[in-house]
Design a protein around this ligand. Structure first.
Ligand code: UTP
Length: 292
Protein backbone atom coordinates (compact mmCIF):
# COMPACT_ATOMS: atom_id res chain seq x y z
CA UNK A 1 0.00 0.00 0.00
CA UNK A 2 1.25 3.50 -0.75
CA UNK A 3 1.75 5.83 2.20
CA UNK A 4 -0.16 9.09 2.15
CA UNK A 5 1.70 12.35 1.55
CA UNK A 6 1.50 14.28 4.83
CA UNK A 7 4.49 16.61 4.66
CA UNK A 8 5.51 19.32 2.20
CA UNK A 9 8.91 20.98 2.02
CA UNK A 10 9.09 24.65 0.98
CA UNK A 11 12.67 25.62 0.08
CA UNK A 12 12.74 29.35 0.76
CA UNK A 13 16.45 29.87 1.42
CA UNK A 14 17.37 31.37 -1.96
CA UNK A 15 18.75 34.90 -2.15
CA UNK A 16 16.12 36.16 -4.61
CA UNK A 17 18.71 38.30 -6.38
CA UNK A 18 16.41 39.01 -9.33
CA UNK A 19 14.18 41.04 -7.03
CA UNK A 20 16.85 43.06 -5.26
CA UNK A 21 16.58 45.55 -3.67
CA UNK A 22 13.00 44.45 -2.72
CA UNK A 23 14.34 41.15 -1.36
CA UNK A 24 17.17 42.64 0.70
CA UNK A 25 15.13 42.52 3.92
CA UNK A 26 11.94 40.79 2.72
CA UNK A 27 12.15 37.19 1.49
CA UNK A 28 10.99 36.69 -2.12
CA UNK A 29 8.27 34.33 -0.89
CA UNK A 30 6.61 37.19 1.00
CA UNK A 31 6.19 39.30 -2.13
CA UNK A 32 2.44 39.69 -2.69
CA UNK A 33 0.11 38.86 -5.54
CA UNK A 34 -2.77 41.19 -4.63
CA UNK A 35 -3.17 40.84 -0.86
CA UNK A 36 -1.53 37.46 -0.21
CA UNK A 37 2.17 36.59 -0.24
CA UNK A 38 3.42 33.91 -2.64
CA UNK A 39 4.10 31.50 0.23
CA UNK A 40 0.47 31.63 1.32
CA UNK A 41 -0.85 30.58 -2.10
CA UNK A 42 1.62 27.68 -2.00
CA UNK A 43 0.58 26.61 1.50
CA UNK A 44 -3.10 26.75 0.46
CA UNK A 45 -2.32 24.49 -2.50
CA UNK A 46 -0.54 22.07 -0.14
CA UNK A 47 -3.42 22.01 2.36
CA UNK A 48 -5.88 21.32 -0.49
CA UNK A 49 -3.70 18.33 -1.38
CA UNK A 50 -4.06 16.91 2.15
CA UNK A 51 -0.72 18.09 3.55
CA UNK A 52 -0.65 18.37 7.36
CA UNK A 53 2.93 19.49 8.00
CA UNK A 54 4.59 22.46 6.34
CA UNK A 55 8.41 22.39 6.48
CA UNK A 56 10.05 25.71 5.65
CA UNK A 57 13.72 25.49 4.70
CA UNK A 58 14.95 28.98 5.49
CA UNK A 59 18.28 30.81 5.56
CA UNK A 60 17.96 31.13 9.29
CA UNK A 61 17.38 34.86 9.06
CA UNK A 62 14.03 34.48 7.35
CA UNK A 63 11.83 34.41 10.45
CA UNK A 64 9.45 36.78 8.67
CA UNK A 65 7.93 33.77 6.88
CA UNK A 66 7.33 31.82 10.12
CA UNK A 67 5.90 35.00 11.60
CA UNK A 68 3.40 35.22 8.75
CA UNK A 69 2.00 31.84 9.78
CA UNK A 70 2.12 32.44 13.55
CA UNK A 71 -1.01 33.52 15.39
CA UNK A 72 -1.05 37.23 16.29
CA UNK A 73 -3.42 37.64 19.24
CA UNK A 74 -2.90 41.40 19.50
CA UNK A 75 -3.75 41.96 15.82
CA UNK A 76 -6.80 39.72 16.07
CA UNK A 77 -8.02 41.52 19.22
CA UNK A 78 -7.56 44.89 17.46
CA UNK A 79 -9.54 43.79 14.39
CA UNK A 80 -12.25 42.28 16.56
CA UNK A 81 -12.59 45.49 18.58
CA UNK A 82 -12.77 47.53 15.36
CA UNK A 83 -15.48 45.24 14.02
CA UNK A 84 -13.38 44.38 10.92
CA UNK A 85 -14.94 40.94 10.60
CA UNK A 86 -13.98 40.19 6.99
CA UNK A 87 -10.32 41.17 7.54
CA UNK A 88 -10.24 39.17 10.78
CA UNK A 89 -11.52 36.11 8.90
CA UNK A 90 -8.79 36.55 6.29
CA UNK A 91 -6.10 36.80 8.97
CA UNK A 92 -7.43 33.72 10.77
CA UNK A 93 -7.56 31.76 7.50
CA UNK A 94 -3.82 32.18 6.86
CA UNK A 95 -3.22 28.75 8.34
CA UNK A 96 -6.07 26.22 8.51
CA UNK A 97 -6.43 24.62 11.95
CA UNK A 98 -4.54 21.39 12.47
CA UNK A 99 -1.69 22.38 10.14
CA UNK A 100 1.76 22.35 11.71
CA UNK A 101 4.60 24.63 10.54
CA UNK A 102 8.20 23.47 11.13
CA UNK A 103 11.47 25.09 10.13
CA UNK A 104 14.83 23.72 9.00
CA UNK A 105 17.87 25.88 8.28
CA UNK A 106 20.04 25.88 5.17
CA UNK A 107 23.16 27.69 6.35
CA UNK A 108 24.44 28.41 2.84
CA UNK A 109 22.56 28.55 -0.46
CA UNK A 110 24.23 25.44 -1.94
CA UNK A 111 21.35 24.63 -4.29
CA UNK A 112 17.80 23.29 -4.35
CA UNK A 113 18.87 19.66 -3.81
CA UNK A 114 20.83 20.72 -0.73
CA UNK A 115 17.85 22.77 0.55
CA UNK A 116 15.60 19.70 0.28
CA UNK A 117 18.23 17.57 2.03
CA UNK A 118 18.20 20.05 4.94
CA UNK A 119 14.59 18.95 5.60
CA UNK A 120 15.47 15.24 5.80
CA UNK A 121 15.31 14.92 9.60
CA UNK A 122 11.91 16.61 9.76
CA UNK A 123 10.51 14.53 6.88
CA UNK A 124 11.91 11.17 8.04
CA UNK A 125 11.70 8.10 5.86
CA UNK A 126 8.42 8.75 4.07
CA UNK A 127 7.25 10.13 0.74
CA UNK A 128 6.80 13.89 0.76
CA UNK A 129 6.01 16.87 -1.46
CA UNK A 130 8.21 19.79 -2.47
CA UNK A 131 6.70 23.12 -3.52
CA UNK A 132 8.64 26.09 -4.85
CA UNK A 133 6.40 29.02 -3.91
CA UNK A 134 7.75 31.28 -6.64
CA UNK A 135 6.28 28.88 -9.22
CA UNK A 136 2.68 29.88 -8.73
CA UNK A 137 0.08 27.58 -10.33
CA UNK A 138 -3.49 28.78 -10.73
CA UNK A 139 -6.06 26.12 -11.35
CA UNK A 140 -9.85 26.17 -11.65
CA UNK A 141 -10.09 22.48 -10.72
CA UNK A 142 -7.93 20.52 -8.27
CA UNK A 143 -4.58 22.22 -7.55
CA UNK A 144 -1.41 20.97 -9.23
CA UNK A 145 -0.14 19.23 -6.08
CA UNK A 146 -3.53 17.55 -5.50
CA UNK A 147 -3.34 16.17 -9.07
CA UNK A 148 0.13 14.78 -8.37
CA UNK A 149 -0.77 13.28 -4.98
CA UNK A 150 -3.71 11.52 -6.69
CA UNK A 151 -1.30 9.97 -9.21
CA UNK A 152 1.10 8.96 -6.42
CA UNK A 153 -1.75 7.32 -4.51
CA UNK A 154 -2.73 5.35 -7.61
CA UNK A 155 0.71 4.02 -8.49
CA UNK A 156 3.20 4.69 -5.65
CA UNK A 157 5.87 6.30 -7.84
CA UNK A 158 7.52 9.71 -7.44
CA UNK A 159 5.91 12.41 -9.61
CA UNK A 160 7.44 15.59 -11.02
CA UNK A 161 5.42 18.46 -12.56
CA UNK A 162 6.34 19.38 -16.13
CA UNK A 163 5.18 21.82 -18.78
CA UNK A 164 6.11 22.58 -22.36
CA UNK A 165 8.73 25.30 -22.56
CA UNK A 166 10.24 27.24 -25.48
CA UNK A 167 13.39 25.29 -26.32
CA UNK A 168 15.51 28.47 -26.16
CA UNK A 169 14.66 28.61 -22.41
CA UNK A 170 15.93 25.05 -21.73
CA UNK A 171 18.96 26.30 -19.82
CA UNK A 172 16.67 27.75 -17.11
CA UNK A 173 14.99 24.40 -16.33
CA UNK A 174 15.48 20.73 -15.60
CA UNK A 175 14.41 19.10 -18.87
CA UNK A 176 12.86 15.61 -19.03
CA UNK A 177 12.40 13.11 -21.86
CA UNK A 178 9.37 10.88 -21.25
CA UNK A 179 7.60 7.82 -22.62
CA UNK A 180 3.92 7.05 -22.13
CA UNK A 181 3.25 3.73 -20.37
CA UNK A 182 0.28 1.39 -20.85
CA UNK A 183 -1.68 3.30 -18.17
CA UNK A 184 -1.28 6.60 -20.03
CA UNK A 185 1.25 7.91 -17.47
CA UNK A 186 4.50 9.57 -18.56
CA UNK A 187 7.62 7.75 -17.34
CA UNK A 188 10.78 9.87 -17.28
CA UNK A 189 13.60 8.36 -19.33
CA UNK A 190 16.21 11.06 -18.74
CA UNK A 191 16.30 14.36 -16.92
CA UNK A 192 19.04 16.98 -17.24
CA UNK A 193 19.48 20.23 -15.29
CA UNK A 194 19.89 23.43 -17.31
CA UNK A 195 20.95 21.91 -20.67
CA UNK A 196 21.93 24.11 -23.59
CA UNK A 197 18.97 24.22 -26.01
CA UNK A 198 20.85 21.99 -28.48
CA UNK A 199 21.42 19.36 -25.74
CA UNK A 200 17.87 19.41 -24.31
CA UNK A 201 16.32 15.92 -24.49
CA UNK A 202 12.82 17.40 -25.06
CA UNK A 203 10.81 20.58 -24.55
CA UNK A 204 9.32 19.42 -21.23
CA UNK A 205 10.57 21.62 -18.41
CA UNK A 206 10.39 20.53 -14.77
CA UNK A 207 8.55 23.10 -12.65
CA UNK A 208 8.29 23.60 -8.89
CA UNK A 209 6.08 20.73 -7.70
CA UNK A 210 7.39 17.30 -6.73
CA UNK A 211 6.13 14.21 -4.90
CA UNK A 212 9.22 12.26 -3.92
CA UNK A 213 10.10 8.98 -2.30
CA UNK A 214 12.00 9.37 1.00
CA UNK A 215 14.85 7.44 -0.66
CA UNK A 216 15.91 10.65 -2.38
CA UNK A 217 17.58 11.93 0.81
CA UNK A 218 20.26 9.23 0.81
CA UNK A 219 20.90 9.92 -2.88
CA UNK A 220 21.16 13.70 -2.34
CA UNK A 221 23.54 13.15 0.58
CA UNK A 222 26.08 11.53 -1.75
CA UNK A 223 25.63 13.89 -4.67
CA UNK A 224 28.37 16.26 -5.78
CA UNK A 225 27.72 19.68 -7.21
CA UNK A 226 26.08 19.87 -10.62
CA UNK A 227 25.01 22.69 -12.96
CA UNK A 228 25.99 26.14 -11.66
CA UNK A 229 28.16 24.55 -8.93
CA UNK A 230 25.01 23.75 -6.90
CA UNK A 231 23.64 20.50 -5.46
CA UNK A 232 20.75 19.97 -7.84
CA UNK A 233 17.46 18.29 -7.00
CA UNK A 234 17.25 17.21 -10.66
CA UNK A 235 20.46 15.17 -10.24
CA UNK A 236 18.94 13.44 -7.20
CA UNK A 237 15.85 12.63 -9.24
CA UNK A 238 18.04 11.20 -12.01
CA UNK A 239 19.59 8.85 -9.38
CA UNK A 240 16.14 7.95 -8.05
CA UNK A 241 15.26 6.78 -11.57
CA UNK A 242 17.95 4.09 -11.22
CA UNK A 243 15.96 2.45 -8.42
CA UNK A 244 12.34 3.26 -9.31
CA UNK A 245 10.07 4.69 -11.97
CA UNK A 246 9.66 8.47 -11.77
CA UNK A 247 6.63 9.98 -13.50
CA UNK A 248 6.19 13.36 -15.15
CA UNK A 249 2.84 15.11 -14.76
CA UNK A 250 1.83 17.84 -17.25
CA UNK A 251 -0.44 19.52 -14.69
CA UNK A 252 -3.73 21.27 -15.48
CA UNK A 253 -3.41 24.93 -14.57
CA UNK A 254 -1.55 28.11 -15.43
CA UNK A 255 1.95 28.61 -14.04
CA UNK A 256 3.48 31.99 -13.34
CA UNK A 257 7.23 32.26 -12.81
CA UNK A 258 7.00 34.68 -9.90
CA UNK A 259 10.77 34.44 -9.41
CA UNK A 260 10.94 36.84 -12.37
CA UNK A 261 9.58 40.38 -12.57
CA UNK A 262 7.49 39.64 -15.65
CA UNK A 263 5.95 36.51 -14.07
CA UNK A 264 5.00 38.39 -10.91
CA UNK A 265 3.32 41.13 -12.98
CA UNK A 266 1.50 38.49 -15.10
CA UNK A 267 0.23 36.70 -11.98
CA UNK A 268 -0.88 39.98 -10.42
CA UNK A 269 -2.82 40.95 -13.54
CA UNK A 270 -4.39 37.49 -13.93
CA UNK A 271 -5.52 37.34 -10.28
CA UNK A 272 -6.76 40.93 -10.44
CA UNK A 273 -8.88 40.16 -13.51
CA UNK A 274 -10.41 37.24 -11.62
CA UNK A 275 -11.29 39.51 -8.67
CA UNK A 276 -14.84 40.91 -8.71
CA UNK A 277 -13.80 44.18 -7.11
CA UNK A 278 -10.74 44.83 -9.25
CA UNK A 279 -11.54 43.49 -12.74
CA UNK A 280 -13.69 46.42 -13.92
CA UNK A 281 -11.25 48.99 -12.48
CA UNK A 282 -8.29 47.38 -14.25
CA UNK A 283 -10.18 47.16 -17.54
CA UNK A 284 -11.10 50.83 -17.37
CA UNK A 285 -7.53 51.74 -16.44
CA UNK A 286 -6.01 49.70 -19.30
CA UNK A 287 -8.54 51.00 -21.84
CA UNK A 288 -7.79 54.61 -20.85
CA UNK A 289 -4.08 53.84 -21.03
CA UNK A 290 -4.25 52.49 -24.61
CA UNK A 291 -6.27 55.56 -25.67
CA UNK A 292 -3.55 57.98 -24.51
P1 UTP B 1 16.00 30.20 -7.62
O1 UTP B 1 16.76 29.52 -8.68
O2 UTP B 1 14.80 30.98 -8.04
O3 UTP B 1 17.01 31.13 -6.80
O4 UTP B 1 15.58 29.09 -6.56
P2 UTP B 1 16.72 32.34 -5.82
O5 UTP B 1 17.95 32.59 -5.03
O6 UTP B 1 15.48 32.10 -5.01
O7 UTP B 1 16.41 33.58 -6.79
P3 UTP B 1 17.38 34.40 -7.78
O8 UTP B 1 17.59 33.51 -8.98
O9 UTP B 1 18.65 34.76 -7.05
O10 UTP B 1 16.56 35.63 -8.10
C1 UTP B 1 14.45 28.28 -6.73
C2 UTP B 1 13.90 27.91 -5.37
O11 UTP B 1 14.84 27.17 -4.61
C3 UTP B 1 15.11 27.79 -3.38
C4 UTP B 1 14.70 29.25 -3.57
O12 UTP B 1 14.35 29.84 -2.34
C5 UTP B 1 13.52 29.12 -4.53
O13 UTP B 1 12.31 28.79 -3.84
N1 UTP B 1 16.53 27.61 -3.07
C6 UTP B 1 17.48 27.73 -4.05
C7 UTP B 1 16.93 27.30 -1.77
O14 UTP B 1 16.07 27.20 -0.85
N2 UTP B 1 18.24 27.10 -1.51
C8 UTP B 1 19.19 27.21 -2.47
O15 UTP B 1 20.37 27.01 -2.15
C9 UTP B 1 18.79 27.53 -3.76
Amino acid sequence: MTRSIRKAVFPVAGLGTRFLPATKAVPKELLPVLDKPLIQYAVEEACDAGIETIILVTRGDKQAISQHFARDDALEAFLEQKGSKAVLERVRAILPSGIEVLEATQEQPLGLGHAVLCASKLVGNEPFAVILPDDMIRSDGPGALRQMVDIYEQCGHSVVAVEQIPIEDASRYGVAAVEENSRGLLEIQTVVEKPAPEDAPSNLGVVGRYVLSGEIFELLRHLGTGAGGEIQLTDGIARLMDIDTVLAHPFEGQRFDCGSRFGLVQATLEYAMADDELAAQIETFLAARTRT
